[in-house]
Design a protein around this ligand. Structure first.
Ligand code: ADP
Length: 539
């Protein structure tokens, strides 16, 4: 029809161009493996990224659609790969370096990666994968000394690869619906499966992250990207950050709480993202070694439920806003986010924290619904529970080269999460369907019980799983990690829980452990816990 708007493809190339055109002087700061700092500007990054795009075409002969993998920490070279690979039409495929050798090998082969960019610090691990990596023709080493020792064959150095390339590049014509990135799920509940992101989905997702109902990022911010670049593309922060024109700080391999707090202190970080385990560690570090963090004003947390007690610790004690968000590899990941609205400000403070502890409301571009066991769509009444289904502009419509029955006939993705939505649109996740406990025919939410136990001041972490029971078929078991040597009195704890829970919901068995086993991205590994306690031997 005449008189319509221009139709310019939404691509990550246009994000790169925008960053360089409007904010060339903004900073990207990396902590190198040896602890030294690397700092350069968006413009420097732009020039090197275009050199990389040229090298991928000229030297490595990558063709549009080919998968190019990375095996790296969060650093400036990895950022260049995030933009340089899609710039020439390739698909950037970050590999999760915390998976098992077998899982990584499976993923490299499944994705048919042609080239892998490997950080030298990770060579001992990747060498174990390499001899079974069927399609890899070339390795490129990041941060490697000249005299590097490796069993990898056919490797070159990253700096050599890009050294003599031009800083100008002619982008191929890019369909916004073509693939730019590939991430596999971290396999918390099953085998890893690939989500193939398009230029368009990545662009729209980045804008959604920056929107005021989500992170509200602007060019006045400095972002610390704690979420690994191999975990759902660092939750999209490399793209949202540049679209906002924010400074970016990349911690490299230095992810321990002390190192993170140092970065928060010394680089003027205003916003940082991470899973709850990270924020538990950072909080403990701040308690043990109090520090002034005047710039740090907001943290984004997701990937697992943020315990209410930790939300209170950050907001009330430290004055740092908590943006609690929910999402999945399959949803890019941002799906919902929980913030207070103006009509909540007069509520008692406890109730305000309750609201933030929910998973939140849909971000524009995403729709959620709850489907009950009989297939009926649940009302938004804050209590009718069912499986959460989602659809939207940055939600996968199928897995990469794997058939799955996780999709409904009418085009929704079945998340495997269970929960409800209230009248105000706030979603609450009560469990993952595989973690739900069914005791005597009644469902018990492990998340709600964990939250209640973690509210105890002596408790650092609590994970609740089902153990087999002759009479009730399953009963909850709570595994507790204490903050120090002192243990909470279990009878008192159970008594206190009676206010909020029915008797059958309260675990009969409490065990004390040194650490809750964690998945590759730092979530409670309930598969592992179940294995430990399933036969009842350790109880
Ligand atoms: P994996 O599926 O391997 O764990 P993902 O990072 O894709 O990898 O995990 C997505 C899942 O993480 C969601 O389906 C949900 O169960 C959980 N999750 C994400 N954010 C939250 C949150 N804020 N609260 C509770 N659970 C969450």
């Amino acid at each position: 029809m005449d008189g319509l708007m221009m139709n310019i493809p939404l691509t990550t190339n246009s994000i790169l161009e925008y960053g360089n055109r409007v904010f060339p002087y903004k900073k990207i700061i990396t902590k190198n493996p040896d602890g030294s700092m690397h700092e350069y500007t968006y413009h420097d990054m732009y020039n090197r990224t275009l050199k990389l795009a040229n090298a991928l075409v000229n030297k490595l002969k990558i063709k549009p659609g080919d998968r190019v993998a990375t095996f790296a920490w969060n650093n400036y070279q990895h950022l260049e790969l995030y933009y340089g690979i899609p710039a020439m039409g390739g698909v950037c495929h970050p590999l999760n370096l915390r998976l098992s050798v077998d899982q990584i090998t499976f993923i490299v082969n499944h994705a048919e990666d042609r080239v892998v960019f490997v950080d030298a610090t990770l060579l001992p691990l990747f060498e174990k994968v390499a001899h079974n990596a069927k399609n890899v023709e070339q390795y490129v080493l990041l941060n490697a000394p000249r005299d590097v020792k490796t069993t990898l064959e056919n490797y070159i150095f990253y700096e050599d690869l890009i050294a003599d390339e031009k800083t100008s590049f002619t982008y191929p014509e890019t369909d916004e619906n073509s693939a730019m990135g590939l991430c596999y799920t971290s396999g918390t509940t099953g085998d890893p499966k690939g989500a193939l992101y398009s230029h368009r989905s990545t662009y729209l997702h980045a804008q959604a992250i920056n929107s005021p109902n989500a992170l509200c990022t602007s060019s006045n911010d400095t972002l610390l990207l704690i979420v690994p670049q191999f975990h759902v593309m660092a939750w999209g922060a490399p793209f949202s950050g540049m679209l906002a024109g924010a400074n970016m700080v990349l911690p490299g391999p230095h992810l321990n709480p002390k190192a993170l707090v140092e970065l928060l202190e010394n680089t003027g970080v205003t916003i940082a993202n991470g899973v709850p385990t990270i924020w538990m560690g950072v909080y403990d570090e701040l308690k043990n070694n109090p520090r002034e963090l005047p710039a740090f004003k907001k943290l984004a947390v997701g990937g697992a439920a943020m315990p209410k007690s930790l939300i209170i610790a950050y907001m009330k004690e430290l004055g740092i806003e908590v943006l609690h968000a929910w999402g999945m590899t399959e949803t890019s990941p941002l799906g919902t986010a929980s913030r207070l609205q103006v009509h909540h400000f007069n509520l008692p403070v406890e109730e305000q924290y309750e609201i933030i502890a929910r998973q939140g409301v849909e971000i524009a571009g995403i729709e959620i619904r709850i489907t009950q066991e009989d297939g009926a769509i649940a009302p938004r009444d804050g209590k009718t529970v069912g499986e959460i289904e989602v659809r939207g502009n940055w939600v996968i419509k199928e897995y990469y080269k794997i058939k799955s029955d996780n999709f409904t006939k009418d085009g929704w993705f079945k998340t495997g999460d269970v929960g409800h939505i209230n009248e105000e649109g706030y979603m609450t996740i009560t469990d993952r369907s595989k973690d739900l406990i069914k005791s005597g025919g009644e469902w018990i939410s492990s998340l709600e019980i964990e939250n209640a136990i973690m509210a105890h001041p002596l408790v650092k972490e609590a994970a609740v799983i089902a153990i087999p029971d002759k009479k009730w078929s399953e009963r909850p078991l709570a595994a507790i990690v204490t903050r120090g040597d002192k243990k909470p009195d279990i009878e008192e704890l159970k008594e206190a829980m009676r206010y909020a829970f029915a008797k059958y919901q309260i675990p009969d068995v409490f065990v004390f452990i040194d650490e809750v086993p964690k998945t590759s991205v730092g979530k409670f590994d309930k598969k592992q816990l179940r294995k430990m306690y399933a036969d009842g031997k350790l109880i």
